[in-house]
Design a protein around this ligand. Structure first.
Ligand code: 3HC
Length: 284
């Protein structure tokens, strides 16, 4: 990016993961969250994670300190006025995203890019609330963002070619690989492939065909996936997974994306997976 200053809006799991990677690659990151204390907590988590790498001899302490210095908590929208790129990672609720994009459009410089980390929502619809729909695109990172190599770059209907190129250059500068999703389509590439895998694993569990442990073991060892689908669903967050499935189902009207009851029941009970300590598995 032009001035090495970016904004990350939303400091939950994805927001702080993205902030960490950008800061480790030399960007100053202005971090904003609607809820008080969330940014400070996120910076604490990043500090702890980097401390583990220092203890393991993988990172010099000086680099840890420098990375943390580049993470700047901000509280007002106007504090984001110097950023040349904003990456939004707030709740997957269209109305919330639209409010955020209106504010970003108001405060960021005219040539700045506005990106959303949405995992499935329409880029075009989000872009429409701004005066610069050509400069809005999806930059979809994967969990855990500091580790996962891919960023899906998603074009909205109006996204300009040079904007996709600038986003690609930025993603490469923070050590990521990119793919371009040429059409704004629900679930893009990865979630469109992943959700039917999650759903089938959950149905196998629901039908009593195998235990959660054996379903995961089968996929891990039989397909060489790093994690089984139920463990991965717990990691990505069952609330997020259900939201993505319901959105894909509404958009495509296709049973491939119909969420299983076992998932809906867990989400209704507040069991969102790893982040709440319980999902298909229990975590201490
Ligand atoms: N945050 C930051 N770093 C993490 C991390 C986290 N949550 N979890 C693990 N790591 C780091 C570790 O520190 C370690 O780093 P090091 O090599 O420098 O020491 C490295 O990752 C490997 O970790 P571990 O040795 O503890 O464990 P594994 O080798 O089992 O790797 C994993 C963990 C990287 C999470 C691996 O199991 C994996 O790749 N799982 C699949 C993840 C995946 O598919 N994610 C995509 C989800 S889909 C999505 O996000 C889309 C959304 O829209 C739904």
């Amino acid at each position: 990016m032009d001035n090495h200053m970016i904004a990350v809006v939303g400091a939950g799991t994805m927001g702080h993961g993205i902030s960490q990677v950008a800061a480790q690659h030399g960007y100053e990151v202005l971090m904003w969250d609607a809820a008080p204390g969330v940014v400070e907590r996120a910076i604490g988590i990043i500090g702890d994670r980097l401390a583990k790498q220092v203890a393991a001899g993988k990172l010099p302490e000086s680099e840890r300190q420098q990375t943390l210095k580049r993470l700047v908590p901000v509280t007002r929208w106007d504090d984001l006025a110097s950023a040349s790129l904003a990456i939004e990672a707030v709740l997957e609720v269209m109305e919330v995203k639209k409010e955020v994009f209106q504010e970003l459009d108001r405060v960021l410089p005219a040539d700045a890019l506005l990106a959303t980390n949405t995992s499935s929502l329409s880029i075009t619809e989000i872009a429409k609330v701004t005066r610069r729909p050509g400069q809005v695109l999806g930059m979809h990172f994967f969990n855990p963002a500091p580790v996962m190599k891919l960023v899906e770059l998603v074009r909205g209907e109006e996204t300009r070619d040079d904007v996709v190129q600038r986003a690609e250059t930025f993603a490469h500068s923070i050590g990521k690989e990119t793919v371009v999703v040429q059409k704004d389509t629900p679930g893009f590439i990865v979630n469109r492939v992943l959700m039917p895998l999650f759903i089938e694993a959950m149905r196998i569990l629901e039908e009593g065909i195998a235990s959660a442990e054996d379903i995961d073991k089968a996929v891990k060892l039989g397909l060489n996936h790093p994690m089984g689908p139920l463990t991965l669903a717990d990691l990505t967050g069952l609330d997020v997974d259900l939201h993505v499935m319901d959105y894909l189902y509404d958009e495509f009207h296709d049973d491939r994306f119909a969420a299983p009851m076992v998932l809906r029941r867990l989400v209704r009970a507040g069991h969102y997976g790893r982040k709440t300590g319980r999902g298909f598995y229990r975590y201490s």
